[in-house]
Design a protein around this ligand. Structure first.
Ligand code: EPU
Length: 418
């Protein structure tokens, strides 16, 4: 298995092109199941999770053809309705086929995703929402079996905003009879991108990006071409790299509007962030000030940036408190960061970080995608060499990470584990 080796302490300078967003691409690729025909996607990141959803669509009968940056999917032949355990086990977002399969084929059999490193992550709100639309839901042999003679629009209230839950309900409701209203819906930019695709397919989805989404069902949808929006979490990760190493990085192809909560916190910490027509320019301006953060659904500070921000706070000038309110177990990076010299204490869902730590390179192990990114960032600023194992997590969500960091001047390489 590959590992990443980093010799830290080099300020990163230059330009980095931000890739298409994994979490926008996944629901959009799943939404191809809603109509038979040829879809094209541009700006698709080369990631393991994208390969996995491609395999799943092919398994369902679609013809999937990938070339760098582009995926073409012909869904004319889709005739199966099962997402098997082996694929869902690799990527829990496979559950995104549930809504589209139910809408088009009137049935779906999807392996129930288990918990994962960051929390139990149930899908009860997806299932309750689908049954409000008239689906019969059974849980048998580890699978969700959903069926419906027809789906009928309904009012659905989410207890807490759920990103993939909102996406599954949107894709089920577009072909339902009548009107569906989703209340307390997730508002992430990825939801807006999906609604935009669905509307171009002929759906009637209104007010995506607000907490109340209204969907008027239509009889049929048609295939379209789409471009994937930039990855705001990848962008945020490179912004922190500039701040951490005291360098200057220009991010091209990023969307500043989607990054407002992250930009706001970086500026509060004294990091210079300027937005011009070339992109977003981030400069580490001497010592970083400590700031507190609390993760929240969009437009709050993203949980997917919490681990990376914690590394920045570890080298800041004072004390900071980071509160994780979205997932119950998302501090798994802390024990590895401590081994690199970070001074972090956890109490419930709060982490107290005493800044001014001098991080030192160590062998560390990645445990989930964003935790892995935080270890890379820590390695970039640490003295000596950091060796990160289990980097398959990074390959799920960061396109060409070592190449991008190398081009910015980092001493980073991927090696086969000895
Ligand atoms: N939840 C429930 N019941 C449900 C659904 C969610 O209790 O039926 C809870 C979750 O356990 C969690 C909270 O609601 O505590 C919010 O979870 P959400 O459903 O929004 O998360 P998700 O849709 O499973 C997506 C992203 C995650 C990102 C979260 C939060 C995709 C494919 N995944 O997950 O991305 O952390 O939203 O923003 O869009 C990542 O990219 O590394 C990643 C984990």
């Amino acid at each position: 298995m590959d590992e990443i080796l980093i010799k830290g302490g080099v300020p990163l300078n230059g330009e980095v092109k931000i890739s298409g967003a994994k979490n926008a691409a996944l629901p959009m690729l799943a939404a191809t199941l809603l109509a038979g025909g040829a879809f094209t996607f541009e700006n698709v990141p080369a990631l393991k999770d994208i390969e996995t959803i491609g395999h799943l669509l092919a398994d369902l009968g679609a013809d999937v053809c990938s070339e760098p940056g582009t995926i073409r999917i012909d869904t004319s032949g889709v005739n199966r309705h099962e997402a098997p355990y082996d694929l869902v086990r690799k990527m829990r977002a496979s559950v995104l086929v549930l809504g589209p399969l139910l809408a088009r084929l009137k049935r779906a059999r999807v392996s129930l995703p288990g918990g994962c490193a960051i929390g139990a992550r149930p899908i009860n709100m997806h299932l309750e929402g689908l049954s409000r639309l008239g689906a019969e839901i059974k849980l048998e042999h580890g699978y969700v079996e959903a069926s419906a003679d027809k789906l009928v629009g309904a009012e659905i209230f989410f207890d807490i905003p759920t990103v993939t839950g909102t996406e599954n309900l949107m894709t089920a409701a577009v072909l339902a009879e009548g009107t569906t209203v989703l209340r307390n819906a997730a508002r992430e930019p990825e939801i807006v991108a999906l609604a935009d695709m669905l509307n171009r397919m002929g759906a009637d989805v209104r007010d995506a990006g607000s907490p109340v989404i209204t969907i008027q069902g239509v009889n049929a949808l048609k295939p379209v071409s789409s471009r994937i929006i930039p990855d705001r979490i990848e962008a945020g990760t490179y912004m922190i790299a500039a701040a951490l190493t005291g360098g200057s990085i220009l991010l091209t192809d990023a969307e500043p509007d989607h990054l407002k909560p992250v930009i706001h916190k970086l500026r509060e910490a004294g990091v210079s962030v300027s937005i011009n027509d070339r992109g977003i320019e981030v400069r580490g301006n001497g010592p970083v000030k400590s700031v507190d953060i609390k993760t929240l659904p969009y437009p709050g500070f993203p949980t997917d940036m919490q681990a990376q921000f914690m590394v920045l706070m570890s080298v800041s000038s004072g004390l900071s408190i980071i509160s994780e309110t979205v997932f119950e177990n998302r501090f798994i990076h802390v024990s590895e960061l401590r081994r690199m010299g970070a001074d972090i204490t956890i109490s419930g869902n709060h982490a107290m970080i005493k800044g001014a730590a001098r991080l030192s390179g160590a062998p560390v192990m990645a445990t989930d995608l964003r935790a892995s990114a935080s270890l890379v960032l820590a390695g970039l600023v640490a003295d000596g060499t950091t060796r990160i194992s289990r980097i398959y997590h990074l390959d799920r969500g960061y396109e060409s990470m070592e190449e991008k960091f190398s081009r910015l001047g980092a001493c980073i390489e991927r090696v086969a584990a000895g």
